[in-house]
Design a protein around this ligand. Structure first.
Ligand code: FE
Length: 357
């Protein structure tokens, strides 16, 4: 006791120093009221492949709620995975956040994550949007839909991903490259639904129906539909939301021409992917990292997190952005993201053989 008092005197009257020195003696109610006081000086080191300005709001919100600071390193997911691997046990990283389940799966395969057991996370996030053993957790969802030209396609002609190989779509379909993880995850979900052989036949049929060789990102496919290069694009929903919200009138004119169709509503549902994160095995601040994940599934954080990239929250009952909501409600494929992650290497082999560039 005397040493504690001595230390308190030594540290002086600064609020933070006092809190450290007398933390054990303070009443529980003071700690409950100011949890940030207790955590002052703590950090979470986040390696993230997301780069949205609004994510800053979340780091600030977490700091205000807990006193824990979030340090962010931003880069492409594969670079981050490589960096964590080369840093090994000395890595300062606590969390890896990516924008695709395929990448989370790669990190998991490398043995980079640790299993996290948090009833807050398992209670908030539906089973199919997190790893069965808690190696990673989905934090937002994105739907991979069909975007069609309103003048040239009647939505009643559309039905499913499978139908895109019908001869009526010859020369009319646009998609990005199969080297992109979104394409690979979609193919991985088709493998889960139909097996490899049927999926390869499908991939060949899709390639035969393409309006042009795959090039550019999802936005480029949407623009190509608006420009008349093709009639139906495979794209994540948020790319269209971005165009709708753009300050540029030309972007809004592109969006104006496009309709959104959620495929496979009569069977397994539309393919959804996740933006998610896992706690790293070598995390120096694992407890704080888990706290941060728990914060991210709070209703307020879910709203900001999903809105920042026009995505869907993973937590039920959280309000959806009005532009995103205008696309309509849909049934999502409940396939666990771990499955199409696991199918990733097979998806690559199939798209290669099918000549999907
Ligand atoms: Fe994207």
């Amino acid at each position: 006791m005397s040493s504690k008092l001595g230390r308190r005197a030594f540290l002086g009257a600064g609020a933070a120093a006092t809190a450290i020195a007398v933390g054990g003696l303070k009443s529980q109610s003071a700690q409950a009221q100011f949890p940030w006081f207790r955590n002052r000086g703590q950090v979470v080191n986040l390696y993230s492949s997301r780069h949205y300005d609004t994510d800053e709001q979340l780091y600030d919100g977490f700091r205000q709620a807990t006193g824990i600071r979030v340090n962010v390193v931003e880069a492409e997911a594969d670079q981050l995975i490589e960096r964590i691997r080369s840093e090994g046990q000395n890595s300062p990283a606590d969390l890896l956040m990516t924008v695709d389940a395929g990448r989370l799966w790669r990190a998991e395969q490398e043995g980079l994550f640790q299993a996290v057991n948090s009833s807050v996370l398992t209670g908030a996030i539906p089973d199919h949007l997190r790893h069965p053993d808690g190696q990673w957790f989905g934090l937002t969802q994105r739907a991979r839909v069909l975007m069609y030209h309103k003048d040239r396609v009647n939505p009643s002609e559309l039905s499913s991903y499978e139908d895109l190989v019908d001869p009526k779509w010859r020369g009319r379909i646009l998609t990005r490259s199969s080297t992109n993880i979104y394409s690979q995850s979609l193919v991985g979900s088709l493998i889960a639904a139909h097996g490899s052989e049927e999926t390869e036949t499908w991939a060949r049929g899709l390639v035969a129906n393409l309006a042009r060789d795959p090039q550019g990102g999802d936005t480029d496919q949407i623009r190509a539909v608006a420009a008349g290069l093709g009639d139906v694009a495979i794209s994540n929903t948020y790319y269209l939301a971005r165009l709708i919200k753009s300050d540029n009138a030309a972007d809004r004119a592109v969006a104006e021409a496009i309709g959104v169709f959620f495929p496979n509503q009569n069977d397994r549902g539309t393919h959804v992917n996740i933006s998610g994160a896992g706690v790293l095995r070598s995390a120096p601040n694992a407890a704080a990292a888990i706290q941060f994940l728990e914060y991210l599934v709070s209703p307020e954080a879910q709203r900001i997190f999903a809105e920042s990239n026009n995505e869907y929250p993973v937590v039920e009952g959280v309000a959806i952005d009005s532009v995103v909501a205008s696309f309509g409600e849909f049934r999502a494929d409940p396939l666990n993201a771990a499955v199409f992650g696991r199918n990733n290497p097979e998806a690559l082999r199939i798209t290669d053989r099918a000549g999907w560039k």
